[in-house]
Design a protein around this ligand. Structure first.
Ligand SMILES: CC(C)(COP(=O)(O)OP(=O)(O)OC[C@H]1O[C@@H](n2cnc3c(N)ncnc32)[C@H](O)[C@@H]1OP(=O)(O)O)[C@@H](O)C(=O)NCCC(=O)NCCS
Length: 95
């Protein structure tokens, strides 16, 4: 929900893309980002100073693309349904 909210805020502010870095070993986060349409665009060698691990650069589709907006709405509905099934209600302002 935090990640989805960040994308929504980027759209609200008129951003064209969202881009991020993620550890090459962080498969869970990469899977989350891929689920939201992000793709690998490059590598930042030794980006993390604690263990010199590389980062993948992952970038969203164009935020203005109507098909991507539709995909985000579907993902949001799925997420809200899953959270509701777990008894977690998200206030509309936060969604
Ligand atoms: C990455 C992280 C934010 C995912 O959060 P989460 O609450 O587990 O997210 P969800 O359960 O809603 O899962 C969302 C998606 O993340 C991916 N995912 C989550 N856990 C996963 C795992 N153990 N293995 C592979 N993919 C995983 C899946 O794509 C999943 O979608 P799916 O359930 O439809 O397959 C969480 O693992 C986390 O907090 N990690 C530590 C901090 C971190 O790595 N932050 C990112 C730094 S770049």
């Amino acid at each position: 929900m935090l990640f989805l909210t960040l994308i929504s805020e980027a759209i609200r502010r008129g951003a064209e893309f969202v881009t991020l870095e993620v550890r090459v070993s962080n498969m869970a986060a990469q899977a989350l980002y891929a689920k939201y349409g992000f793709t690998r665009r490059g590598v930042r060698p030794r980006y993390y100073s604690d263990n010199q691990e590389d980062a993948y650069i992952m970038t969203s589709p164009p935020l203005r693309d109507p098909a991507y907006r539709q995909q985000l709405l579907q993902l949001r509905d799925q997420l809200l349904a899953r959270l509701a099934a777990e008894g977690i209600e998200i206030l509309e302002e936060a969604a």
